[in-house]
Write a protein that binds this ligand. Sequence first.
Ligand code: 0GZ
Length: 309
Amino acid sequence: MSEFTKTPGWLDWYTGPSKPRFQVPAGAVDAHCHVFGPGAEFPYAPERKYTPCDASKAQLYALRDHLGFARNVVVQATCHGADNRAMVDALVHSGGKARGVATVKRSVTDEELQAMHDAGVRGVRFNFVKRLVDFTPKDELMEIAARIHKLGWHVVIYFEAVDLPELWDFFTALPTTVVVDHMGRPDVNKPVDGPEFELFLKFMRQHPNVWSKVSCPERLSVTGPKALNGEQNAYTDVIPFARRVVQEFPDRVLWGTDWPHPNLKDHMPDDGLLVDFIPHIATTPELQKKLLVDNPMRLYWPEEVTVED
Ligand SMILES: O=C(O)c1cc(C(=O)O)oc(=O)c1
């Protein structure tokens, strides 16, 4: 029994997801998902801002198989702080089918970084969403970025669209590949060709080292409809934003389920229907293969990618 009590109102992940109608290409990667604990084995961090339900590696990998994916990228969830044991445990029990993104402090040693690398970690996450984490000084983050750069890792950044102007100089000074979580959380009430999203597109246009996850429509959508009850046209208000990014930057986009969907307040999506969202944003087989196979393989399993000449 876990000693942890979930945050009031916590929504658990959806049990019994539907089988997607959209068949993902062979070798597809779910490039953004998490494990939570289980808390009895991997305690949640004292500094966490929420206490989730448990979501184990076995449950994650069962979902992977059910949805037709081949691999996962497990991103350290903020409820585990900089204690990466649950995520690393998931990687080492994946049979080489999972890579990870860690959260580290400046005090992390080179030996610890190397051990994480050996387990399959290939990036660190810098989080600027105030409801999720306390502020880490930018000079500390820059120091971490310089160290992980030497390992060939990248930086994953999570922030809200309104904060991009303030964070611009820091982000554009990062020496690594930079992967933006959930398209920088655009306000989809605003126009797709308005100044806020234009700034994000400019960020990607001017900086070829910046990639984006076109994930989390269930989090960004205001008007839905929700991915529930067989809905094949879910989250239509998010489609123009994600489609725009996929079309303009087809070689720098990633997709992930975001399972087990931390902190959703309104509904918990059927993950099978979330997969059916993909062809609405990557509209051709070529774009789908880049999004789901070629791009994540290049970033996370480059040693398996054969370069065609
Ligand atoms: O928006 C969120 O609440 C959220 C939280 C986390 C996390 O707690 O790590 O990760 C995500 O990708 C999204």
